[in-house]
Design a protein around this ligand. Structure first.
Ligand code: HEM
Length: 163
């Protein structure tokens, strides 16, 4: 089944974060605070995100598959011997900035910091789930995207209930 039209991609305001959706009204190109350029979508009326050079999905795939990338390992807690890293939600909640952006999807904790500039929907959308469980918003927005295939290398561990 083909993915739904991108005109319905952005979840309604109030779902999953305070920053809301991108305005649909401005007709010309504009730069977001993160430096990413937005242009109006050709058919949907929704603004398209122009990623910076070297930040395409293909570039992300290359970075992800390169073992030499230290960026993806940054912020990763040390792995215990033979154990799964369990990360309390209270720790996830501390990582709400562009410099350290963590989120939970399907019970797994991800460090999204290195992915921000590569996200086809722009950084702002990902920042809506910074420091929180983004599963619902992710599914509402693009349930057809295989999250594990996309950001497995950013996985830090499993979320643990706070004591
Ligand atoms: C962090 C995990 C995420 C990953 C791996 C991811 C991945 C992707 C991918 C692969 C696309 C392109 C989909 C396509 O063209 O069919 C996309 C688009 C998009 N994503 Fe995400 N996404 C993530 C989180 C989010 C979150 C939390 C939001 C919040 C609403 C979001 C909003 C969007 C939007 C609005 C688009 C459409 C962009 C456009 O049409 O130009 N994403 N994302």
């Amino acid at each position: 089944m083909p993915p739904p039209s991108t005109s319905r991609l952005t979840a309604p305001p109030g779902v999953g974060g305070a920053s809301g959706t991108t305005s649909l009204s401005a007709p010309s190109s504009s730069s977001s605070s993160s430096g990413q350029t937005l242009i109006p979508g050709e058919t949907s009326g929704r603004k398209k995100v122009i990623l910076a050079p070297g930040r395409s999905p293909l570039d992300w795939a290359r970075l992800k598959s390169s073992n030499s990338s230290t960026a993806l390992r940054e912020g990763r807690p040390p792995f215990g011997v033979g154990g799964v890293v369990r990360i309390p939600m209270s720790e996830v909640k501390r990582h709400t900035s562009r410099e350290s952006c963590w989120s939970v999807f399907n019970g797994m904790v991800y460090n999204l910091t290195p992915y921000l500039e590569f996200h086809p929907g722009g950084e702002k959308e990902v920042m809506r789930v910074a420091g929180r469980d983004g599963t619902r918003l992710f599914m509402l927005t693009h349930s057809w995207v295989n999250i594990d295939a996309m950001i497995d290398s950013c996985c830090l561990g499993v979320v643990a209930k706070d004591e």
